[in-house]
Design a protein around this ligand. Structure first.
Ligand SMILES: Nc1nc2c(ncn2[C@@H]2O[C@H](COP(=O)(O)OP(=O)(O)OP(=O)(O)O)[C@@H](O)[C@H]2O)c(=O)[nH]1
Ligand SMILES: [Mg+2]
Length: 152
């Protein structure tokens, strides 16, 4: 019996992930878990978009380095869908600080720096709705069935 509501969330592969060639590794982990890719685009985040995305962190000591990093190179933005997609994607991502993130998570397996921590994942349904709207229009979500969807 299926459990958990179908949710949509935003994942970003940050500039360090793109420049290290880890896009396939990170997207593969999401796909293998059973999450569906609804939309994807590469882009260079502008300072204006970065400020809107990370508005909650304005004024914190790490804010300047966060904005500098996220605007420093191309990112891959993904709209991801699946049952309990918001918390499940956060689990796959791992704790914010890669030095304490659990093995088996993207950050725990592949990163060491807290600023270059490879990925962003929305932290709640409300954040996901707000953040998805920053990167995608409703027409950009592609509806399709995944083969084997009944197993997820
Ligand atoms: N240097 C430094 N960076 C931090 C710290 N806390 C957060 N950050 C950076 O700011 C980003 C956003 O912080 P949070 O939203 O609290 O962490 P998160 O939800 O795990 O990460 P995101 O998915 O990127 O939003 C993190 O991914 C880090 O890159 C900190 O204490 N020091
Ligand atoms: Mg966050």
């Amino acid at each position: 019996m299926a459990e958990g509501n179908v949710e949509r969330t935003l994942v970003l592969v940050k500039p360090d992930g793109v420049r290290r060639g880890l896009v396939g590794e990170i997207v593969g982990r999401l796909e293998r878990k059973g999450l569906k890719l609804l939309a994807a685009k590469t882009l260079r985040i502008t300072p204006e978009l970065a400020q809107r995305h990370y508005a909650e962190h304005q004024g914190k000591p790490f804010y300047p380095s966060l904005i500098q990093h996220i605007t420093s190179g191309p990112v891959l933005a993904l709209a991801v869908e699946g049952r309990s997609a918001v918390p499940v994607t956060r689990l796959i991502t791992g704790a914010t600080n890669p030095q304490t993130a659990a093995p088996g998570t993207v950050r725990g397996d592949l990163a060491l720096g807290i600023t270059p921590n490879l990925v962003h994942a929305s932290d709640s349904l409300e954040s996901a709705a707000r953040e998805l709207a920053l990167y995608f229009t409703p027409e950009e979500y592609l509806a399709y069935s995944r083969v084997g969807e009944e197993y997820f």
